[in-house]
Design a protein. Structure first.
Length: 360
């Protein structure tokens, strides 16, 4: 039998032989008419196939291309292990204020304002702490009572507690943001006399001493924010952000009610502000403030008659007899104030002599 390949070869041979036989029978003209177009087609096909021989066949279906995330070099963040992750700082649009909370002891020594000697002239320029505060807070240049420039005659002040403006310093009290009596109850009772004076005359923090309407200061007295707040609600945020750091920096504590009130006032701030409450044993001491004494001081005696301008047991005196409030107050204490006031120097019964001198 024949193989399939042999059969195919025979068929090709027959076709080729027939073609040659047919071509012999053609004359030259017929040959050209047939062959020329065929050659032309063959040349064109060879040219087309030759130029596209290097191109791979197009796939019948799209080839999937893996997606690659492209990032700029600056945005590439290497992975950080949990152990090496640094603490995240507080956001720039928020702040925290710390206050130390502790109960007030019921067996503290009695508060004595005379122990907290204030309106001192520590820099010896004849302007005491009250005058320095009035000068610093006036919105325009102050005028002085006389050429020595020791006492302020007039200025332009804005009372932040009430929202009123003042030109006469006699209408103003210079308030201790944290009152002296409140500082006493909060830990200041244990301070030395020198530290108490430092606190009472401290000018390094802007709002430690502040010029305010006198009647508002009298209403405030020794009260904390749990009992008294400025009538001008717009000042509550600033009041709390001054009160808490002063206590913390001087190592003074707050009560729980006081802390709660501070939190309520801080809630009025435009900038988010958090109050961090710590145990009273963790109260911080500012490097700028003298270290607190942990020894209970012995009671200080009343000034002797040699230190006073007049004899407390002598003729009757009034406020016009004293050149400074300090002299009047020392005389008032030596004469038995505030429990006894034989010279009637405490006209309003607030335990302070000659408020008219205190305001000037």
């Amino acid at each position: 039998s024949e193989r399939p390949d042999d059969t195919i070869d025979k068929q090709v041979g027959r076709i080729t032989g027939r073609a040659r036989f047919s071509m012999r029978r053609m004359n030259n003209e017929e040959y050209r008419n047939i062959v020329t177009p065929i050659l032309t087609i063959v040349v064109i096909l060879m040219f087309v196939l030759g130029c596209g021989a290097t191109e791979p066949p197009l796939p019948s279906a799209p080839i999937p291309v893996p997606s690659v995330a492209i990032t700029s070099p600056s945005a590439t963040v290497p992975p950080i292990s949990a152990a090496s992750t640094p603490a995240v700082p507080a956001p720039s649009d928020s702040r925290t204020i710390t206050v130390s909370v502790a109960p007030v002891s019921h067996d503290l020594p009695d508060y004595d304002r005379d122990d907290w000697r204030h309106w001192n002239d520590d820099d010896r320029d004849c302007q005491d702490a009250r005058q320095e505060t009035l000068i610093a807070e006036s919105r325009s240049a102050v005028s002085y009572r006389n050429a020595d420039r020791c006492r302020v005659e007039s200025g332009d002040w804005f009372g932040v507690y009430t929202g009123e403006s003042f030109t006469d310093p006699g209408d103003l009290d210079v308030d201790h943001m944290v009152p002296l009596a409140n500082a006493h109850d909060s830990g200041g009772w244990a301070w030395s006399r020198e530290r108490k004076a430092d606190y009472a005359n401290y000018l390094m923090y802007d709002n430690h001493l502040i010029a305010v309407k006198a009647s508002a200061n009298r209403q405030k007295g020794r009260k904390g924010p749990e009992e008294w707040r400025p009538s001008r609600r717009e000042y509550w945020c600033q009041y709390a952000t001054d009160w808490a750091p002063i206590k913390q920096n001087w190592g003074l504590t707050a009560t729980q009610r006081e802390s709660d009130a501070l939190g309520e006032m801080l809630a009025t701030c435009d900038e988010p502000t958090s109050l961090v409450v710590v145990s009273g044993t963790g109260a911080a001491i500012s490097p700028s403030a003298p270290p607190a004494s942990t020894v209970t001081p012995t009671p200080l005696p009343a000034p002797s008659s040699d230190e006073l301008p007049y004899d407390p047991d002598g003729p009757d005196r009034d406020c016009g007899d004293f050149g400074t409030w300090d002299d009047a107050q020392a005389f008032f204490i030596a004469a038995g104030g505030p429990n006894d006031d034989p010279h009637r120097l405490d006209g309003d019964g607030d335990g302070v002599a000659c408020n008219s001198l205190r305001r000037n």
